[in-house]
Design a protein around this ligand. Sequence first.
Ligand code: GRF
Length: 200
Amino acid sequence: PILAVLASGRGTNLQSIIDAINRGQFSAEIGIVLTDKPHAGALERAAKAGIPSLCIDRSKYNTKEAFEKELLSVLKDYKVEHILLAGFMRILSPLFIREYKNRILNIHPALLPAFTGAHAHRDVLAYGVKISGCTVHFVDEGTDSGPIIIQAAVPVLDNDTEESLAERVLQQEHIIYPRAVGLYLNGSLEIKGRKVLLKE
Ligand code: GRF
């Protein structure tokens, strides 16, 4: 299967997927890495791994529609069948999501459905919860609201900063994202309403 990975930043989750494929954890090809920002570290990681990459600079498009149209056209060019969002900091429109219905996965750095949105760690610390974690889920038309595939929990410590918490959560992200992608690509997941069931 041909995947696209969409990222906006450093791309450590992209790296965890590349590494998983290289060690044979599941079989897939990353056909293209796409970013919405020209300086995303994900571009360098792709280049290092010999994977085609492209920046579709959001700031060069007047509308979300035009931006997504370009995204979709590139995805088509590369015959992309499944999309992994890995720190992609844009909300995709329902129109886009319908084109890849139940074929887009995302990783979120909190235990959904709590602490959705772009500032999960900050919100977790402000609220004072004692446990946080990360969630891999299918992307539906809401924000961080699709059916949950895997979660992992980590403790929140009294002296945590956003950075220290992010670091602890990230270690788990790098384990569960490849695991979830493997289950998904193997056809082991069944979406039943809100729930994702693991097939025998
Ligand atoms: C991760 O914490 C991911 O869960 C969140 O953004 C961060 C991206 O990190 N959505 P990276 O670019 O994969 O290193």
